[in-house]
Design a protein around this ligand. Structure first.
Ligand SMILES: [Zn+2]
Length: 152
């Protein structure tokens, strides 16, 4: 798990996100990557809600699906998920079921439906709960701000 603490992974995630062409459609600038325990990126995706017209295609769920297929394992208990925005409750279900070890996100979910809002009593009853880490980042914040300002 040592590689997971690396700032290199965070920095490469941020530059991968910033180099995405996220304004080619109305897609939310949600972007996710999964790294295996050896520090290799095994999955990456943006949201595909608008382009596929499917409200379930959040980037976190897409990369979890990809990673399970690629690793050919049932659980991702050695894997690190990075995502721009704190995962919503829909994605939280996928994160818990796939037993991802750790989630790093760069923007808090202020709507009250993020993974960090789960009551502590629930967390204690679960067999597995990932380490959550919020790393605030100005560049990612400004991308989101620009996206929502453009929408007005
Ligand atoms: Zn989600």
């Amino acid at each position: 798990m040592g590689a997971h603490n690396s700032l290199e992974i965070q920095n490469s995630f941020i530059s991968n996100f910033l180099s995405q062409t996220i304004y080619n459609n109305q897609e939310l600038p949600s972007y996710s990557e999964i790294y295996s325990s050896d520090g290799l990126r095994i999955a990456h995706s943006s949201n595909l809600v608008e382009s596929q017209n499917n409200p379930l295609l959040h980037s976190e769920r897409i990369v979890i699906d990809q990673a399970i297929k690629i690793k050919q394992t049932r659980y991702l208990d050695n894997c690190l998920l990075l995502t721009t925005l704190e995962p919503c409750t829909l994605c939280m279900g996928s994160i818990l079921k796939s037993r991802i070890a750790k989630v790093i996100y760069f923007l808090p979910n202020d709507n009250g439906d993020g993974i960090s809002y789960l009551p502590i009593e629930w967390i204690y009853q679960l067999n597995h709960f990932p380490v959550l880490e919020l790393v605030e980042n100005k560049e990612i914040f400004s991308q989101w701000k620009t996206f929502f300002m453009d929408k007005r």
